[in-house]
Unconditional design. Structure first.
Length: 201
């Protein structure tokens, strides 16, 4: 009878030990999964890039402007400037760094356009005499963000040989076809007449 009780107690202890081992295993597994989950969460990078974003030629734009949102990390080279020296489609490589320090390299597309017209520099009023040799456009220059040559032209009716006031326009056209204009008043006057010299005999 005592042998039967001893066997029953041993079986109960084994069962309890097995349950305890299973319980501890479940805890360890759950803990390990949680740790792995945390590590995966810390190493994961979610980002939203701005595909085919457009910038003006020769503008100063940093790599960070290519991204709308970055969750769980930073851009390693965020302050580096984009290449905006030429017009067209370009690509930029960026390195994203997670909170655990893992790195991910992505390539983002962007475009460079020229939509800004030139600035015409010069006076709004010019005065000449009918006897002057005049080159109106030589009094003006144009500055353009493309840093390329700008074509200047003159529009309007005027007569440099006839005294009067005329309104003309200086027109600037850059390499991308953007145009700007500046209205100018031309004041044309007759030269002073020399005084007649009379002598008495």
């Amino acid at each position: 009878m005592s042998l039967k009780k001893s066997s029953s107690k041993t079986l109960w202890l084994k069962t309890k030990k097995t349950k305890l081992v299973c319980f501890l295993t479940l805890i360890a597994t759950a803990t390990g999964c949680a740790v792995v989950g945390i590590l995966l969460s810390l190493s994961r990078l979610d980002y939203v890039s701005v595909e085919s974003r457009t910038f003006e030629v020769n503008s100063e734009e940093s790599i960070s402007s290519l991204f709308e949102q970055i969750n769980g990390g930073t851009i390693e080279n965020s302050d580096d400037l984009l290449d905006t020296a030429g017009i067209g489609e370009k690509t930029q490589e960026a390195t994203l760094v997670s909170r655990l320090g893992t790195k991910q390299t992505v390539i983002v597309l962007y475009n460079v356009n020229d939509t800004i017209a030139s600035e015409i520099i010069g006076e709004r009023e010019l005065s000449f005499k009918t006897t002057d040799e005049v080159d109106i456009l030589s009094n003006y220059k144009a500055e353009d963000n493309s840093k390329k040559d700008v074509e200047l032209s003159l529009a309007g009716d005027y007569n440099l040989n006839k005294a009067g006031e005329y309104k003309v326009s200086i027109i600037a056209t850059d390499a991308s076809g953007n145009t700007s204009s500046k209205e100018v008043k031309l004041i044309i006057t007759e030269p002073p007449r020399s005084a007649a010299v009379t002598t008495q005999s």
